[in-house]
Write a new protein. Structure first.
Ligand SMILES: C[S@@+](CC[C@H](N)C(=O)[O-])C[C@H]1O[C@@H](n2cnc3c(N)ncnc32)[C@H](O)[C@@H]1O
Length: 223
């Protein structure tokens, strides 16, 4: 399936974006086979299997409220929106440049009110009273490389009682099992429950997915 074209040429933001894309491609640890959000064909990004697999695992319901953390160019947002009818997605990214690109890519879904975008670091994001059925992150280092305590506090506050968190991660030179162990450690040490662990080899990378449930709220003490 072809996605709406992304214009790379017009305006200052696009010039910045080109530099970011260049840097991502040539300096990120994902610079080899599993480099990008998708394959750039002409002026389009065609999503790769890593993202398609993640959206399949996420399996967004038509009416669900969904949160993406670190949406980057918004490739997964497009694929989630394609499955929504009256559901909605909120996507946050700490990079204003990425949010600009994601908005441009998802202009139709943004105009329809199906997708909303916030430039924010998750740990300090103001998500108001929003409650999500599912939250997910793809390749966001905060969950794989350090203790994500601050991020998980925000997510526990904004997941609905039956809500679930889906963390997808891959890193060149690391097996899916190793990545899954790191994701699980961050989840467990913050009193969340690991519900499932999935691994796949896609686009030349080992990808791990951990599905987790937040801690149950402590019942108010009886007087
Ligand atoms: C490696 S890119 C992955 C982009 C996209 N999810 C993908 O898989 O192609 C990580 C993205 O997450 C964003 N990010 C990293 N940590 C974040 C945080 N704590 N809160 C919000 N965004 C974050 C970065 O700005 C970047 O756009």
């Amino acid at each position: 399936m072809r996605l709406p074209a992304v214009s790379w040429q017009d305006g200052k933001t696009d010039a910045i974006l080109q530099v970011v894309l260049f840097k991502e491609r040539y300096t990120s640890p994902w610079q080899s086979s599993c480099a990008k959000a998708g394959v750039i064909e002409g002026d389009e990004i065609v999503p790769n299997d890593r993202i398609a697999w993640a959206v399949d695992v996420l399996s967004p319901g038509a009416s669900e409220e969904i949160l993406e953390i670190g949406c980057g160019h918004g490739v997964a947002v497009t694929m989630v929106c394609d499955r929504l009818i009256d559901g909605r997605i909120v996507a946050v990214d700490r990079s204003a440049t990425m949010i600009e690109a994601a908005k441009r890519r998802n202009a139709v879904h943004l105009a329809a009110g199906r997708a909303r975008f916030h430039t924010a670091e998750l740990a300090s994001a103001d998500l108001g009273e929003a409650r999500f059925d599912k939250a997910y992150a793809l390749r966001v280092g905060a969950f794989a490389r350090k203790d994500p305590a601050r991020e998980l506090v925000v997510l526990a506050r904004h997941l609905s009682p039956a809500g679930r968190l889906f963390l997808f991660h891959d890193e060149p030179g690391h097996s899916a099992d190793d990545i899954a162990r790191r994701l699980e450690a961050g989840i467990r040490c913050n009193a969340w429950t690991v519900k499932a662990v999935l691994t796949r080899r896609l686009d030349g990378c080992d990808v791990a997915c951990v599905i987790a449930l937040p801690p149950k709220p402590v019942a108010a003490a009886k007087r």
